[in-house]
Design a protein around this ligand. Structure first.
Ligand code: EPU
Length: 416
């Protein structure tokens, strides 16, 4: 099992290109099941979660070709609607196959994902939404079994705005008979991007990116080409790392529009920011950041996927701040690891009180989930001595070559 060893050595500086967004690419790959014609996708990140979901698609009978960051998927020969537990348990986003399989093939058997390191993560919204569209749906031996000769348009309001449940319902409704109105939808940019793809495939969708989405179902969709948008969380992660190390970096091939809240917090922390349509320049002037209060909430507020990275930034900042996690009940697993590196963090329920330290100390630590791994990397870059991060497969799920990119920015980092 790979480990990453980092020797803390001061500021990151230089340029870094971000990859396509994992959380945009996953629903796009699922959407390829909605049409028998091929889908050509550019800017697909080379991360493990994409490999896992493609493996799952292959089990269903899909064919794909991958060349660099280009991916073509052909689902014309899909012969199975069974997504097995062995794969689904390793990637919860497999739930995204449920809506498209049901809509195109009239049936889907998708394993319930089970537990997760960041919280219980129920899928009741996905199930209730598909039932509202007329699916017969029940749980049997750990599997969600859904059947519907053809889904019917309906009115459905989400109790909580869920990103993947909104995506699932959007895909399912695209092929349903009649009009579907979805209310209290999640607003994350990946949903607007999925809607753009579906429209290019022939779907009729209005209001994507707002709380209410109206979908007029069509009998079939066709193939198209699409480019995955830049990863806003990878962008934020590099910016937080540069801020924590008192560095100066330019992030390229990104989209600052998706990051208002995160950029605002970096400015509040004392960083200087400049941006263009597809780049962001962060400089700290060599100064230590100030601690900033964080409250995670659905987009466009501060993303839960950046909470761990800002926890590390605060642990090294001047002053103290609170970090409140409002999305996932257990997304503080990185705290105990950061404490092993000397971070002064006190947990009170969903709130972490962080008192900044000038330096942390290198230590052996363990990654517990994707974004937790990123926070340990940031802490290690600013620690005295060597930090060995175990279980970096969590990191590889969502960051493409982060060790190589950090080395190019001047970090002393190696993978063993
Ligand atoms: N929720 C329910 N019932 C449901 C679905 C969700 O109660 O049926 C609750 C969740 O428990 C949570 C809240 O709704 O409290 C929001 O969860 P959501 O469903 O939006 O999360 P998700 O769709 O499972 C996506 C991202 C996550 C990201 C969250 C929140 C993908 C593939 N995953 O997950 O990404 O943290 O939205 O923004 O898009 C990551 O990349 O590290 C990651 C975990």
């Amino acid at each position: 099992m790979d480990k990453i060893i980092i020797t803390g050595n001061g500021p990151l500086h230089g340029e870094v290109r971000v990859a396509g967004a994992k959380n945009a690419a996953l629903p796009i790959i699922a959407a390829s099941l909605l049409s028998a014609e091929p889908l050509h996708i550019a800017n697909v990140p080379d991360v493990r979660d994409i490999g896992t979901v493609l493996h799952l698609m292959q089990l269903l009978g899909a064919n794909f070709e991958r060349s660099g960051t280009d991916l073509s998927i052909d689902t014309s020969k899909v012969h199975s609607v069974h997504a097995p537990y062995e794969l689904v348990k390793t990637i919860r986003a497999s739930i995204l196959l449920l809506g498209p399989l049901l809509a195109r093939f009239g049936e889907a058997d998708v394993s319930l994902p089970g537990g997760c390191a960041i919280g219980s993560r129920p899928v009741n919204e996905h199930i209730a939404g598909l039932a509202a569209l007329g699916a017969e749906i029940h749980i049997e031996s750990g599997y969600i079994k859904a059947r519907a000769a053809r889904l019917r348009g309906a009115h459905f309001a989400f109790d909580v705005p869920s990103v993947t449940a909104t995506e699932n319902l959007l895909m399912a409704a695209a092929l349903a008979e009649g009009v579907t109105t979805l209310e209290n939808c999640a607003l994350e940019p990946e949903i607007g991007d999925l809607a753009q793809l579906l429209v290019a495939m022939g779907a009729r969708i209005a209001g994507a990116g707002t709380g209410t989405i109206v979908i007029e179902g069509v009998p079939q969709l066709h193939g198209t080409a699409h480019r995955v948008p830049p990863d806003r969380i990878e962008t934020g992660t590099f910016l937080a790392a540069a801020a924590a190390t008192r560095g100066d970096i330019r992030v390229l091939e990104t989209n600052p529009d998706f990051l208002h809240h995160v950029l605002g917090k970096l400015e509040q922390a004392g960083c200087q920011l400049e941006q263009g349509s597809d780049w962001i320049h962060l400089s700290t002037g060599g100064k230590r950041c100030k601690a900033v209060n964080i409250h995670t909430a659905p987009y466009p507020a501060f993303p839960t996927d950046m909470q761990a990275q800002f926890m590390a930034l605060n642990a090294l900042a001047e002053g103290s701040a609170t970090v409140v996690e409002n999305i996932f009940e257990n997304r503080f697993m990185h705290v105990a690891e950061l404490q092993r590196m000397g971070a002064n963090i006190e947990l009170q329920g969903h709130t972490a009180i962080v008192r900044g330290s000038e330096r942390l100390q290198g230590a052996p630590v363990m990654a517990t989930d994707l974004r937790a791994s990123a926070s340990l990397i940031i802490a290690a870059l600013c620690a005295d001595g060597e930090t060995t991060i175990d279980r970096v497969y969590h990191l590889d799920r969502g960051y493409a070559s982060i060790d190589v990119k950090l080395a190019e920015l001047g970090a002393i980092i190696k993978r063993v």
